[in-house]
Design a protein around this ligand. Sequence first.
Ligand code: DHB
Ligand code: FE
Length: 280
Amino acid sequence: MASIIGAITTSHVPAIGGAIARKVQHEPYWRPFFDGFHPVREWLAKNKPDVVVVIYNDHGLNFFLDKMPTFSVGAAPEYRNADEGWGIPTLPPFQGDTALSWHLIQSLAGEDFDLTTCQEMQVDHAFTLPMALLWPEQDWPVQVVPVCINTVQFPLPSAARCYKLGQAIGRAVAAYPGDQKVLVLGTGGLSHQLDGERAGFINKDFDLQFMESLTSDPAWATQFSIHQLVEKTGTQGVELLMWLTARATLGERARKLHSNYHIPISNTAAGLMLLEPTAA
Ligand code: DHB
Ligand code: FE
């Protein structure tokens, strides 16, 4: 049976793509951020996942405001990046694991999740940059399954619903009759607000409490409504739903192998966690 060997959660700020292109990872501004990924890469080199389920939010590249699915799953043989207007390089295409995609889709639909299935799908910075942080050579030694959650246009799915989606993804992978080692990558957050009167808003106390909750009390964040999460973390801070979903795939108990938290990267409190499931 396939198994989830771990979950990695990280911020996905576009400026990371610029820093990689300009090779300034060692400059004082960037170092505290990029250095956080060394232990993660060591873990990847040792544990060698075969496929990555990438839980992220599209920001207008594949879905625009005219058509905005709540939950969508990619089922394409290949996923391409494209210019989003950030002035950062377009990254190489990713190979899809279509068999696992369709298995996930069948399984999630069977658990009453109403999905949009995407046999063509472009992937934006929220997908590509975390992948480039994990595999800086950008040779992608893994196949991918994109799972996209709307955090861009209201109404958004609740934290509780996202948690249930993550649990269902965990069950689906566990029931998959392959022997793949699956990594779950959740991207977004942590607290940030890019627009309006509170632009630049960051809430370190909440971020740290949220990160701590992922091991001590993983459903903790499901007590908050979307509006409460926006209040506490900023309009784009709700991207922490991707972390919550990724964490929920691991089941009841998980342990933290590594974490990093650094303020700011662009307008964002940048967080990173590496979690491993522990047998119940
Ligand atoms: C920034 C953060 C994001 O999550 C994003 O999608 C775009 C920009 C930022 O802080 O610049
Ligand atoms: Fe974002």
